[in-house]
Design a protein around this ligand. Structure first.
Ligand code: M6R
Length: 609
């Protein structure tokens, strides 16, 4: 969590840094700060609260200078306060540090440094980095950062600026993202390319345990022993407009509306336009390797975990391979059965979620081949996996994941169909039906987005209800869990997703007239059973909203309200069902909270445990 930005170039650093921090505010937003170096003096500004608080105070009296660092914080060590906000400085105020991650051995380092006379002014783990670098500083910042980085345990992305070296910024990373942007006579260091997309799309991804020194016109990479590496730049295909709200009130709403485009882009080049073939070179698995797989383990957190639940249903049905899904934070601490015939599928929008990354490493250590499904080119998950399939969703800025989820589903279907093709577990006519249905999904998503007035009306009626229960059967269990998560995280209403068959085992006790049940009732082999579940809720005076297919006349006799989605294959229906559920959470939240894109207590990417 936390977003960091460094800038060196021709422009006023404060303005470039604030603009970059706005793009990173999704990573943390309880306090912010920046520091600018000019004529041998470092000017540090900090403010508690969202970035706009810092922005308005800085704008009144901006610090001059063309080199600086900035930070937007999600507190881990020390409450949000001016003292704990970054940047942090050494004793003399000559070295300034911004940090994302957790320095796990900071207490030991702190007592050692205090014994040597260093004075600490904050409760953070970060401040030890500033003092440790001060210890090693002898006029060569890159070398001091390198020596300090060797002693830090845990995770960090650091950007460091020294008063005596106005021509460079130095960064270092381990397990937290850090990217260099190379512009015209200007360079950037940031947690995410979104911070500098407006200025450049040429980037250098910094690997773990590397130190990077950037000037206006140069970039140098070193390992922790001081050996220099050639920095190879790539060009990312996101553009700045993709990271703007584009007329929508919130990024979340914009991202919901981007789903038809995102789904098409994710299919493009993988499902042939003649609909006769799926090609997934990114899987990086030979046919023999695919035939050799005897188990699939999915590793993910949050929304990505819900996508993996749908993936399990699809892969088991089509490929006849047992699939295990687990939240990464559990998988990493148990002893999962994984060997060299296991395929690990790692799903992560950011590709940087720490539990997911550790799960990936554990799977690889046990001999599995790993394939990442991620949205971020060059992310840790992408780089550490044997194969990578990108969701071409474009930058997802809202904390609540929407387009990343539906594009993850799309890739899971493509993987399932591809593996089934290679293993011969699907007959061609069924495969052709599914490929054709996949192709239709973006247009069907557009139909939902063209008119969702029923959802808006329902949100107005139910936004002050006490709780929501989402029930479903089969593959739409994933939809129920995901719908409930969306409601919790942005509307702060208690919500639960349940397998409808479990209702009588407990949840039905909660039903009363102030409780809303959202039943996923699209056409499926268990449609009649869901109707029975709805009847049971109605018999206890609960309110029921059904998500059902466009031409389903029966459902109106059961549910109080109906959200319509076009009919598709049951296996693919979670893509379409997700959309009204996302919109429902969004519109309920609009009636209750001003912080849709940055819900309280959350950050977009969970890079600490
Ligand atoms: O970047 P990741 O996909 O690994 O993130 C996983 C979760 O943190 C994420 O999906 C989270 O649950 C979202 N805020 C849900 O909307």
């Amino acid at each position: 969590m936390c977003g960091i930005v460094g800038y060196i170039g021709r422009n006023e650093a404060w303005s470039v840094i604030l603009e970059g921090l706005k793009r990173l505010e999704y990573r943390g937003y309880d306090s912010a700060g920046l520091a600018v170096l000019n004529n041998g003096t470092i000017d540090v500004r900090k403010a508690v609260g969202k970035l706009k608080v810092l922005e308005s105070s800085v704008k009144d009296n901006p610090p001059a200078g063309c080199i600086g660092v900035g930070h937007t914080r999600w507190a881990t060590h020390g409450r949000p306060s001016d003292e704990n906000a970054h940047p942090h400085t050494d004793c003399s105020g000559r070295i300034t540090v911004v940090h994302n991650g957790i320095i796990e051995n900071y207490l030991q380092l702190k007592s050692r440094l205090e014994a040597r006379g260093h004075k600490f002014t904050s409760e953070t783990d970060t401040e030890v980095a500033a003092h440790l670098i001060e210890e090693y500083y002898d006029g060569d910042l890159a070398s001091a950062v390198r020596r300090a980085a060797k002693e830090l345990e845990g995770s960090f992305a650091l950007v460091v600026m020294a008063q005596d070296e106005p021509g460079c910024l130095v960064g270092a990373r381990r397990h937290s993202p850090l990217v260099v942007g190379l512009g015209e006579e200007e360079s950037f260091l940031a947690s995410d390319v979104a911070a500098f997309l407006k200025h450049t799309r040429r980037v250098v991804f910094v690997d773990d345990d590397l130190v990077v020194s950037v000037g206006k016109n140069n970039v140098r990479l070193f390992d922790l022993q001081g050996n220099e590496f050639v920095a190879s730049a790539t060009t990312v295909d996101w553009d700045a407009a993709m990271a703007e709200r584009g007329g929508y009130d919130h990024f979340m709403l914009k991202e919901i509306h981007e789903q038809p485009r995102a789904l098409r882009d994710t299919m493009r080049g993988r499902l042939s336009s003649e609909l006769d073939r799926i090609d997934l070179p990114g899987l990086n698995l030979s046919d023999d390797e695919i035939r050799n797989i005897n188990r699939i383990v999915m590793i993910a957190c949050g929304t990505a975990y819900h996508a993996s639940i749908a993936g399990k249903y699809a892969i088991e049905e089509l490929c006849r391979i047992p699939v295990e899904v687990d939240v990464a934070s559990e998988l990493r601490y148990r002893d999962p059965v994984i060997d060299d015939r296991t395929l690990a599928i790692v799903i992560s929008q950011s590709g940087e979620t720490i539990d997911t990354i550790v799960g990936l490493r554990e799977a690889k250590r046990k001999g599995a081949k790993a394939v990442a499904i991620t949205n971020v080119v060059g992310s840790l998950a992408a780089r550490e996996s044997d194969g990578v399939l990108y969701t071409y969703a474009g930058p997802e800025i809202a904390v609540a994941s929407t387009k990343a989820y539906t594009t993850q589903l799309m890739l899971l279907y493509l993987i399932a169909l591809y593996i089934a093709q290679v293993r011969g577990t699907i007959d061609e006519s069924r495969a052709a039906t599914l490929r054709a249905a996949l192709w239709e999904l973006p247009s069907q998503a557009e139909i939902i987005l063209n008119d969702y007035s029923e959802v808006v009306k329902a949100a107005e009626r139910y936004y002050c209800f006490n709780g929501f229960l989402y029930m479903a059967r089969g593959i739409n269990l994933a939809s129920a869990l995901e719908g409930a998560l969306k409601m919790k995280e942005i509307a702060y209403i208690h919500a639960e997703g349940y397998a409808a068959g479990e209702m009588k085992h407990g949840p039905i006790a909660m039903i009363d007239p102030t409780f809303v049940t959202i039943a996923i009732a699209v056409q499926s082999k268990t449609y009649d059973k869901i109707l029975n579940n709805i009847k049971e809720v109605k018999a206890r005076s609960g309110e029921v909203i059904a998500v059902a297919n466009t031409h389903d006349e029966t459902i109106v006799n059961y549910a109080d309200r109906v959200f319509r989605v076009p009919q598709t294959e049951e296996l693919l229906s979670p893509v379409l069902v997700a959309i009204p559920l996302q919109l429902m959470a969004y519109h309920v939240a609009c009636n209750r909270s001003p912080n849709i894109d940055q819900p309280r207590n959350l950050a977009k990417t969970v890079t600490v445990e």
